[in-house]
Design a protein around this ligand. Structure first.
Ligand SMILES: *[C@@H]1O[C@H](CO)[C@@H](O)[C@H](O)[C@H]1NC(C)=O
Ligand SMILES: *[C@@H]1O[C@H](CO)[C@@H](O)[C@H](O)[C@H]1NC(C)=O
Ligand SMILES: *[C@@H]1O[C@H](CO)[C@@H](O)[C@H](O)[C@H]1NC(C)=O
Ligand SMILES: *[C@@H]1O[C@H](CO)[C@@H](O)[C@H](O)[C@H]1NC(C)=O
Ligand SMILES: *[C@@H]1O[C@H](CO)[C@@H](O)[C@H](O)[C@H]1NC(C)=O
Length: 507
């Protein structure tokens, strides 16, 4: 696997891409220097997926623990493409896929389609995966995870520093069945180089008093992508991503709390998205759509626009909020200013996208570090927006264009592994999300787990049903500048032990 010939071909490919990029003056490709690797596990020939990306055949030997190549017993109609899902490598003992790879940061994506293979029941697969010295998955039950997420297939995305774990010049991906009675399987392995400055810089600054020494994020930290949402927009498929990173961006509406959806809208047609740095932070389609609170200032002052994102307890999370003002008349500072709350704490007061970005159509993102309480199982991340009226802005509103949540590895146990998500209760299918048809679940979107909460709280928000109009263009209206009672910003206390740090804001 990952033979010298393959690497050579990839290196050539990269050169070609860079030349094209330079010729067209496009900065997109300059950030992804080295080649990419895609293995169609269990397949004897290379093949293209629906995005036109080529997946190489799987050369793993059947002797020496390489298990067996198997075909899926059934093709679910929701699979985006037969490649790489319809073939798998099925492993009865520990097996290592070994890739020669330059020392750098990469996305490692593992593709799983849990059905029966080679006569083995899907539910008998239970295994761990490790790479770059970090446990990525432990006792992973793909069937249960897919059931819990109401998804046919799963893609797990990790960001790894290839140098970590002694792997200088190679990346070993190790699959280990949990016991003799269980097996491991994988349908696809993808390795995509990540620009070095895409992971966060160390030494975050403290936004919300109480902890003088926020955790520095080490350069070799491994991350797992938990959520990547095109807020107020439509899903972005890997082929439509920027920077040749082949990320998937999901819709955000499944994660909104209660019935207060705010309004989602596209950019004005005369607004151009202009990046100040290479556009790999997020594609234009993420910045070109947004969700705001709604047209009515009084309504906005009475609710928080909130996303609830279930995550594994006991880890640190990096939240990346993408912003871009995309509609007139918001072109100047102090027109739309708002709070960002994370887990009911003020992560940011006075968030003013224009002041931060420098103008309409200018993307910017801000990172926050969240420390969840020690413990097993799941916990919810709450991300909420609310008007900050301290400086009497012109509009009492808030905006968000994109939202990413990354889990950080533990430094003591070098692990990213969380529990398998719990199955929803048999009769608990009444939440709005449960009604959604079976869908692709790119990252760990635990909508099903949050469904119960939503059902309980919908009632409180029915008064604001007015905010639900979707695709409304006029998201902003004038409000009288009369004094308003302000929400109290909470300090570092509350029901959960959570610390929120503002890390960076970058254009
Ligand atoms: C995996 O989860 C499924 C669904 O909950 C269950 O039926 C199966 O027994 C589990 N497999 C193992 C090995 O625990
Ligand atoms: C990877 O980690 C090493 C330290 O282990 C660090 O020196 C290097 O800068 C890191 N590389 C990237 C791309 O972050
Ligand atoms: C862009 O279009 C909007 C309405 O669609 C208008 O209000 C605004 O004045 C226009 N701006 C410019 C610079 O043309
Ligand atoms: C935030 O506050 C709400 C209302 O008090 C509460 O129900 C919820 O559990 C809190 N969320 C977190 C993550 O603490
Ligand atoms: C919005 O959330 C903040 C932080 O949790 C809370 O203090 C405030 O009461 C909430 N406001 C409304 C109107 O729900």
């Amino acid at each position: 696997m990952a033979s010298a010939a393959l690497l050579q071909r990839l290196a050539l490919l990269t050169v070609a891409v860079q030349l094209t990029a330079a010729a067209s003056g496009d900065t997109t490709a300059t950030s992804t220097a080295a080649g990419q690797i895609r293995v169609n596990c269990g397949a004897s020939v290379s093949a293209a997926d629906s995005d036109g990306r080529t997946w190489d055949r799987d050369d793993a030997p059947s002797a020496g623990g390489g298990g067996v190549a198997a075909a899926a017993s059934y093709e679910d109609p929701s699979l985006p493409s037969a490649v790489p899902y319809m073939t798998a490598r099925v492993l009865d003992s520990t097996y290592t896929y070994s890739f020669s790879f330059p020392a750098r940061r990469v996305f490692l994506r593992l593709y799983f389609y849990p059905v029966s293979y080679a006569g083995r029941a899907a539910g008998d697969a239970l295994f761990g995966v490790a790479a770059a010295g970090v446990t990525l998955l432990r006792d992973f039950n793909a069937s249960q995870t897919a059931l819990a997420l109401n998804a046919a297939y799963l893609v797990r995305e990790f960001s790894l520093n290839v140098t970590a774990g002694g792997g200088n010049g190679r990346l070993d991906v190790i699959f280990t069945p949990s016991s003799d009675a269980h097996y491991a399987f994988v349908n696809g392995i993808e390795i995509v180089p990540v620009p070095a400055d895409m992971a966060t810089k160390p030494a975050p600054t403290l936004a919300n008093g109480g902890r003088p020494d926020p955790m520095p994020i080490r350069a070799d930290t491994a991350f797992q992508t938990m959520y990547r949402l095109n807020v107020g927009g439509t899903p972005v498929s890997p082929g439509a991503d920027s920077g040749l990173l082949y990320r998937t961006w999901d819709e955000d509406s499944a994660y909104i709390y209660g019935a207060a959806f705010g309004v989602n809208y596209p950019k004005d047609s005369n607004v151009t998205i202009r990046y100040s740095s290479p556009p790999y932070a997020a594609p234009e389609s993420v910045y070109a759509t947004a969700r705001s609170m709604g047209p009515n200032a009084q309504v906005n002052l009475n609710y928080n626009l909130t996303w609830i994102l279930p995550v594994d307890a006991g880890f640190y999370y990096l939240l990346r909020l993408h912003f871009c003002e995309i509609q007139y008349p918001i072109t100047k500072p102090n027109q739309r200013v708002f709070y960002v709350y994370v887990n009911n704490q003020t992560a940011q007061a006075g968030m003013d996208v224009i002041a931060l970005s420098g103008g309409i159509g200018r993307p910017v993102f801000a990172d926050y570090l969240v420390v969840t309480a020690p413990g097993a199982g799941q916990t919810d991340l709450w991300v909420a927006l609310y008007p900050d009226v301290k400086t009497s802005p012109e509009y009492y509103d808030a905006i968000l264009n994109g939202l990413e949540v990354f889990k950080l590895q533990t430094y003591d146990t070098n692990s990213l592994a969380g529990p398998n998500p719990p199955l929803p209760a048999a009769d608990g299918d009444s939440g709005p999300r449960a009604k959604k048809k079976k869908r692709a679940e790119f990252v760990v979107g635990w909508a099903a787990a949050a469904g119960g909460l939503v059902a309980v709280l919908v009632g409180c928000f029915c008064a604001w049903a007015i905010c639900r109009q979707k695709n409304t263009k006029a998201a902003i209206v004038d409000v009288p500048k009369k004094p308003v009672r302000e929400t109290q910003a909470l300090g570092l206390h509350g029901p959960t032990e959570t610390y929120v740090f503002s890390v960076t804001a970058q254009k």
